[in-house]
Write a protein that binds this ligand. Structure first.
Ligand SMILES: Nc1nc2c([nH]c(=O)n2[C@H]2C[C@H](O)[C@@H](COP(=O)(O)OP(=O)(O)OP(=O)(O)O)O2)c(=O)[nH]1
Length: 133
């Protein structure tokens, strides 16, 4: 039976319309690929709560739930699980994003997103970002 993994992710967009990508660190699955910050939705959490928690843990920024807007979602079968990943967009936060877990960060224009190798689930999200920013 397919295991569905629910992950909440966020496109942080700065004042110049650039999007923040984070590089998955060595030792994790899909190491080296560039992803939207976020993580697995834990038991009892809403996706918005997951993001507020993950953005603080991973990047050290504070996000208000009212600033998280649903954009689209990914539904993608990997070999050992099916990923269901709502993607939110956020243009306002407090603090400056830093790779608190040692991950590299990059602000990328939407038209340049394809220059950064991403997990397979993310590719269909790119046209939505091109429309949004
Ligand atoms: N945050 C995030 N995760 C993504 C994206 N695209 C994508 O396929 N994923 C996958 C990678 C992971 O399998 C999962 C997120 O898990 P995670 O980052 O919270 O936890 P993890 O690295 O410990 O996961 P894992 O090693 O157990 O696979 O979603 C994305 O754009 N952002």
């Amino acid at each position: 039976m397919t295991k569905i993994v629910l992950v909440a992710a966020c496109a942080l967009v700065d004042a110049d319309g650039r999007i923040l990508l984070a590089q998955r660190p060595e030792g994790k699955s899909m190491a080296g690929l560039w992803e939207f910050p976020g993580g697995k939705v834990e038991q009892g959490e809403r996706p918005e709560e997951t993001l507020i928690r993950e953005l603080e843990e991973e990047l050290g920024i504070e996000v208000n739930e009212a600033c998280l807007a649903p954009l689209t979602f990914a539904s993608h079968s990997y070999e050992d699980f099916h990923l269901l990943m709502p993607l939110f967009i956020c243009r306002r936060w407090n603090g400056t994003p830093l790779g608190k877990e040692g991950q590299a960060l990059k602000w990328v224009r939407a038209v340049r997103l394809r220059d950064y190798p991403m997990p397979a689930a993310d590719e269909p999200l790119i046209p939505h970002l091109l429309d949004a920013v």
